[in-house]
Design a protein around this ligand. Structure first.
Ligand code: SAH
Length: 217
């Protein structure tokens, strides 16, 4: 298919995905709008680009996967972003959620442990003219102390327990989304900080790749 035809085919399948997310409980219009503005097919390997607008996880190489759009949409909706936030993302992966966040908040800080993935994301963000993201290569399991506090923290890989450093790096009123558990079974936790207390709720069962590193597996 010629480039223009392919672009409009992607636009149509993107619209269908957004309708599907809307029908599956994603009511936050700013989140749906973000999905409309970020071309997911540019964040996956060429071999799976034709599946970019299905609600499925896809392989990124290096044993990693891009999460299902429905998962990213739910996490973004749960964070109740208003546009002025500074957020931390742990596990940049494909950079798709990074780009969604960049369109939804003021500043994004994102850490990825696999250098090759981080380099690809850097190039994708530059190509799309996204300039409110700071990327770091390394272990994000201890957060990013120098850039804290964060209004929201998104962890895209499953940890054995909630790292204390992440609780502490939340701003007052901030929200942390983190999958907890082993590869065989996890639950997604939403933690909200209010002063020196952290309220914890299980959102749903989850399936993420393991968080490695000091506070990981
Ligand atoms: N939201 C991303 C998730 C990718 S999978 C996406 O949908 O594309 C999770 C990512 O977390 C992988 O890229 C993996 O390399 C990374 N990761 C695992 N442990 C990490 C750690 N300790 N610090 C930073 N990144 C980590």
């Amino acid at each position: 298919m010629a480039a223009a035809g392919l672009r409009s085919a992607y636009r149509r399948s993107r619209r269908r995905l957004i309708e599907r997310l809307g029908g599956a409980g994603i009511e936050d219009l700013t989140v749906l709008h973000a999905f409309d503005s970020v071309p997911r097919h540019l964040f996956v390997p060429e071999a799976v680009q034709h599946r970019a607008y299905e609600d499925v996880a896809l392989p990124l190489g290096h044993g990693q996967t891009i999460s299902r759009p429905g998962v990213h949409a739910l996490h973004l909706q749960l964070a109740r972003l208003t546009g002025s936030e500074r957020v931390l993302e742990i596990g940049t992966g494909s950079g798709f959620q990074t780009a969604l966040l960049a369109s939804l908040v003021r500043e994004v800080y994102s850490i990825e442990v696999v250098p090759e993935l981080a380099t690809l994301v850097h190039d994708r963000l530059v190509a799309l003219g996204i300039d409110n993201v700071e990327l770091r290569i390394g272990d994000g399991s201890l957060g990013w102390e120098e850039r804290a506090p964060f209004d929201a923290i998104f962890v895209g890989a499953a940890a054995p327990a909630v790292p204390d450093s992440l609780r502490k790096q939340l701003a007052d009123g901030g929200r942390l989304l983190i999958p907890i558990g082993a590869e065989t079974g996890q639950r997604l936790l939403l933690i909200e900080r209010s002063g020196e207390s952290w309220q914890e709720n299980t959102v749903e069962s989850a399936r993420f790749v393991p968080l490695v590193g000091e506070e990981g597996w």
